[in-house]
Structure formats: C-alpha cells, structure tokens
Ligand binder design. Structure first.
Ligand SMILES: Nc1ncnc2c1ncn2[C@@H]1O[C@H](COP(=O)(O)OP(=O)(O)OP(=O)(O)O)[C@@H](O)[C@H]1O
Ligand SMILES: [Mg+2]
Length: 203
C-alpha cells in the first residue's frame, strides 16, 4: 500500500509510528500496548529502568523481534513484522546497545557487510566514505584493522558510522553514551548539521 502523503488532519505523517505494540516473553509483558510517534526532525529520548522494555521496543521497530500484536509504520506505510531487511530498506537504522560487529573484520568490511554487500565490492569506495563521514562527524575510526583491536569508544563509533553509511533516516541508538566518549575537541554527533534529520536515542 503506498504511503499517504498527509494524514486526515492535513499533517505530514510521522516518520515512525508504533500502534498498540505488545510483546510478551512467557508471563512477562515486556511492551504493553505501546503507542509512539516520531515526527520528522524530532529527537526523542525513551527512558525507563533496567528491564522496562526499551530495547524490546527498538527491536520491534527495527524488525528484529516480532510483536504479539500492534503495528509499526514508517512515513505512514505499514512495515511487515519481524522483517529487518524491510525495516532497513525503509530507512530505520539502529546503533545497538551491544556491539553488532564481526570482531575479526575491519571497520570497512563491517560497513560493507551491513550494506548487504555480497560477492565483489568496491572496498576502496566504502573505505573512503567511512573515513570522510567519520571525519565530518568528528568520529574518526581506523578503517583497516580488525575491530576487535580497537578500543571500545572507537568500536562504538564504527557502529554509529555503519548505521549512517546505510542511509538510515530514522536512527535509534540504544545506550551508546557509557561506551562512546566523544573525541576531545569535537562536537557531539547529534549537534552536527549532517546528522540524520530524524533521530531518537533510547534505552
Ligand atoms: N529474548 C528474551 N527472552 C525472554 N525475556 C526477555 C527477552 N528479551 C527481553 N526479555 C525481558 O523483557 C524485559 C524487557 O527487556 P529489555 O531488554 O527490553 O529492557 P530494557 O528497558 O532495554 O533494559 P536495560 O535498561 O537493562 O537495557 C526484561 O524483563 C527482559 O528480561
Ligand atoms: Mg536495553
């Protein structure tokens, strides 16, 4: 179904919406009828104690977890449940709380993998873009060494850049702050004018 360009009240549709999203793990209700709208340009913080269900919601929004009920829409178009490729194609990017990098691959190779690259690929072009975007956002990374040899803060920067280089338009970052000290003398990525227009830090 094509995405509506306007809602019934004439407003632009939310960049990302959840409606009545519920997820249970056995008797435990991790998400209980969650309604959420993220507007274009909005930065939204989702706060809750440990185990409140923040990461579960992010995983549902990014297609990693299937909700028991409810739906997710991007720009007004419904996302298929539990379909990470569809979520990524719709522009939803996640900087995960726990690293999702292949440890013995370089930053360049991890970015290529995240972009769904198969077979031969232009490693030099991906490397150049990684370096360029990293420097532009004040998040330099070494592109050619296995990420397992990088300090935690640099690995977190690789995670963020991996997300940005996948053309994400809605970025959810899950608790990156404790392991992501900004390089000294640089601006926060979120204060950068070229950071994606829609971002919502959470969990
Ligand atoms: N795969 C799973 N199987 C069973 N229970 C789960 C699973 N994933 C999450 N839970 C439970 O669901 C609840 C919500 O977990 P979730 O990770 O979403 O919380 P959170 O708000 O992100 O917590 P934190 O602040 O510690 O990251 C917790 O009680 C957790 O133990
Ligand atoms: Mg969490």
């Amino acid at each position: 179904m094509p995405a509506p360009s306007r809602t019934s009240d004439g407003a632009a549709p939310a960049a990302l919406s959840a409606r009545a999203v519920t997820k249970r793990y056995g008797a435990l209700v991790a998400n209980d009828g969650i309604d959420l709208d993220v507007r274009p340009g909005e930065i939204l913080a989702l706060l809750g104690e440990n185990g409140a269900g923040k990461s579960t919601l992010v995983k549902i929004l990014s297609g990693l977890v299937r909700p028991d009920s409810g739906e997710v829409t991007v720009g007004g178009a419904r996302l298929p449940a539990a379909d990470p490729q569809a979520a990524r194609a719709a522009g939803i990017g996640v900087v995960h709380q726990h690293f999702m990098l292949v440890p013995d691959m370089t930053a360049t190779e991890n970015v290529a993998l995240a972009q769904g690259t198969t077979g031969r690929y232009d490693a030099a072009a991906i490397r150049a873009r990684l370096v360029e975007i990293g420097e532009r956002h004040g998040m330099p990374v070494r592109p050619d060494v296995p990420v397992e040899t990088l300090p935690v803060g640099e690995r977190q920067r690789v995670e963020i850049l991996k997300c940005l280089l996948s053309d994400a338009r809605v970025v959810s970052s899950t608790s990156p702050a404790p392991c992501s000290p900004p390089p000294s003398g640089t601006a926060s990525p979120r204060s950068s004018p070229s950071w994606p227009q829609r971002a919502w830090p959470s969990c």
